[in-house]
Design a protein around this ligand. Structure first.
Ligand code: BES
Ligand code: MN
Ligand code: ZN
Length: 489
């Protein structure tokens, strides 16, 4: 997709399809819109009347323009109330316009949307909306669904001189695409070995330092919790540590840790009934977001050092599997009674967090498809956020607000740790059903000493069953954009 930014007026633009943003209070066209409507023989006003278009955010309408007008089709994009305009409105509107333009087989599209915040921020949001909405993963299809014309050029009107923001938006999207592709890839094509290969190619492409620890290395570091989970897998586990270092002394040093279960069968506490075992290829969504963020950061080259970490394996069953009730010792010496082998993510994260903590970074953020309880609490559009630092929580909330990804802060209610007390070990890995997402976060907290730390439970947001606009159906790539925004902030 080629983007051009121009200062051409929408009333002067010529091309195939023109998409115009309209606020709720702009429906009786005036000024340059009235002029444009005149050129189009009243098509705009007619379209508004005939479709009952009200200008609501997220709504759109389109039609052909007859005669020998300077454009062939128009799309109206609802913007809601002017005082409520957000970057997300531009992203959603641009995504809808791009999908419509594609469905009517248009090759060139002009987009006229108002500036929100700054021209550069607006351009980035529009580019993200278009790119993310049009993305299609055809890797596993034997035949392409769509043939013929493709949307090839998008022109952003009124946004001249924001070329850098176009590139920035496209770079961030390349990270989202990587995350979506990793998540969508099933466990028979993506495993710890292929994840390690992907880390190697990221390191090659962007000059990262790379450390890959195998089973033996992990054993030397005492990573008994991670290795307990990996015990029944035929495919050997890999502990992956990618490092981005800026050329000059870093302004900050950060670690991003992603849960990397390429498949979660539940182990001997096998996922049965309605527990969606067939969806558990998505259980490396945290690692996917981590790698996606790495891909973007490697290109954007901020003045921040970032460590991208994932303990990758699959949770399987065999004669060598962990027994429910086994005791494991994590790399910080703490002992864990595995009262449920399906609470495996927190076991792998325990050792990954201890590793990250030892790096002496300024902050650690982990991302994990950790609990069904978080999905029950917050649904599929909002991720849970737990943090030991109000400041770090605020940084992440601010980043998420910019990118239109939703977070909701949840409590680290210490009294609930009672539910994890074990008789003979330091703690159990599973508490009672109630408050299950909170006890999972409290469990993780045992493996971070002083470093400000935040945990994102993305079990609900990693995947969308229904169409979700530019956020896509299937793997969403959730959190990549906010992570990049956070690193750069
Ligand atoms: N990977 C799952 C969590 C999950 C559930 C992710 C639904 C995506 C969608 C995790 O490993 C798990 O099995 N969690 C258990 C914990 C329980 C045993 C305490 C759960 O949520 O049921
Ligand atoms: Mn599990
Ligand atoms: Zn899991």
């Amino acid at each position: 997709m080629e983007f051009r930014v121009t200062d051409t007026l929408r009333s002067d633009w010529t091309g195939e399809t023109l998409a115009i943003g309209l606020f709720e209070n702009e429906l009786s066209l005036s000024g340059d819109l009235a002029q444009l409507d005149e050129k189009l023989a009243g098509t705009l006003q007619e379209l508004i009347a005939e479709t009952g278009f009200e200008g609501k955010a997220g709504h759109s309408a389109s039609t052909r323009v007859g005669g020998n007008s300077p454009i062939r089709k128009v799309i109206l994009i609802g913007l809601g109330k002017p005082e409520d305009l957000k970057l997300e409105t531009l992203r959603v509107g641009a995504g809808n316009a791009a999908r419509l333009a594609k469905s009517i087989k248009c090759e060139t599209l002009g987009i006229s949307l108002p500036v929100c915040e700054t021209p550069a921020a607006s351009t980035q949001a529009i580019v993200e909306g278009v790119e993310l909405a049009l993305y299609q993963d055809n890797r596993f299809k034997s035949e392409l669904e769509e043939k013929g014309l493709k949307l090839e050029q998008v022109e952003l009107l009124g946004l001249a001189s924001t070329e850098a923001a176009v590139t920035h938006g496209q770079t961030v999207c390349s990270g989202v695409f990587l995350a979506r592709e990793l998540i969508a890839a099933p466990a028979n094509t993506l495993n710890a070995l292929t994840m390690a290969e992907i880390a190697e190619s990221l390191a090659q492409d962007y000059g990262f330092e790379l450390e890959i620890l195998d089973q033996e290395d992990c054993a030397k570091l005492g990573m008994g919790a991670f290795l307990g989970v990996a015990q029944a897998a035929e495919i050997p586990p890999k502990f992956i540590h990618l490092i981005y270092k800026p050329e000059k002394a870093p302004r900050r040093r950060l670690a991003i840790v992603g849960k990397g279960l390429t498949f979660d069968s539940g182990g001997l506490n096998l996922k049965v009934g309605a527990s969606s075992i067939e969806m558990m290829k998505t259980d490396m969504g945290g690692a996917a977001a981590t790698f996606g963020a790495a891909k973007a950061v490697g290109q954007l080259k901020p003045d921040v050092e970032v460590h991208f970490i994932s303990a990758v394996t699959e949770n399987m069953i065999s004669g060598r599997a962990m027994h429910p009730g086994d005791f494991l010792t994590a790399s910080n010496g703490k002992t864990i009674e595995v009262n449920n082998t399906d609470a495996e993510g927190r076991l792998t994260l325990a050792d990954a967090l201890v590793f990250a903590d030892k790096l002496g970074v300024d902050a650690i953020v982990d991302l994990a498809t950790l609990t069904g309880a978080c999905v029950v609490a917050l649904g599929n559009d909002i991720a849970g956020l737990w943090s030991t630092s109000d400041n770090l929580a605020m940084e992440l909330e601010t980043a998420a607000q910019v990118t239109g990804e939703k977070l909701w802060r949840m409590p680290l209610e210490e009294s609930y740790f009672e539910g994890l007390k074990a008789i003979h070990a330091d703690m159990k890995n599973t508490g009672p059903r109630s408050g299950g997402a909170i006890t999972a976060a409290l469990f993780l907290k045992q493996f971070v000493k002083e470093t400000p730390w935040a945990h994102l439970d993305i079990a609900g947001t990693v995947w969308a069953d229904k169409d979700n606009g530019y956020k896509s159906t299937g793997a969403t790539g959730f959190a990549v954009r906010m992570l990049v925004q956070w690193v750069l902030s």
